[in-house]
Design a protein around this ligand. Sequence first.
Ligand code: ZN
Length: 294
Amino acid sequence: MTPQERKVARQTGKIISSVRKSKGLTQGSIAVQLAVSQSALSKIEHGLLIPSVHQWFEFCKFTGVPVDSHLQGYVDYSRPVVKSTHTQEGAFRLPKTYAVERASTARTMLPLIKWLERNEGEKKAEAVLTEMGMDSDYFIQLDHTIGVQFGLDLIAYLQRRGIYSPEGAQSIFKAVKQRGYHGSLWTGYDQTQEPFELMALLLSRASYYEANFDYVVEAQTKKHLDFSSKPGSHFKEIKTLANHDARFTICSHRRGYFEHMAESSIAQNVVVEEVECAFKGAKKCVFRMRMEAS
Ligand SMILES: [Zn+2]
């Protein structure tokens, strides 16, 4: 296999195993459907064998997976978040702490997971997720949900390893303006150049990313855009969040995400400030986006 083929094989295999697990299917039943042996399917799932075009189409037909998923490396049905507290998603099992108010999608966790992969390598990243009780295949489906605590624990891990510092947090989001971080929601982000317009578009799609906050555009002038986010009541239930630092981490991360998303060729210097924070006594978090003359 050429490196390119290896990449496609790995992506295809991960998708097949991820979808199989979330549907609670056995390798045997998928193998029958694709008319291959179970050992061949196992090789396909591990990226050692590329399924034929016919087999891939059969798989997509059988499971409802979009056919171009193998090129992207993820599966995206683009469904708004449906909050859940189940510890089970098909054959995927989630630790209890990460099943509390599952309202963040894999889509929102991707910047952290990719950051982990970039810094630790794919193998080690997978081991870290396994140690946290998570199957890395779970994050191949962008609509899968997980509790906020997962992100906080991942940040804590990165911090312990010296890979992450609050000051360096910004660099995690440098890459967010890429298709892979948004899946099929990417449409529009690549065409909108005006930062405020882009931010409004992102906010209007917030429910496809997470359902932890209610976002509202509060005011817009030529110079700035104000928008607020009200945290859901479940934030009180998340134990580690009694630690104030953790809550501030969530807000500073969102700030970084917004800032890099709104960057565009017509305005390189987009600045987002959190002018009020719900975790510091205000009714809601209020962010102000403005453009600095470069
Ligand atoms: Zn806040």
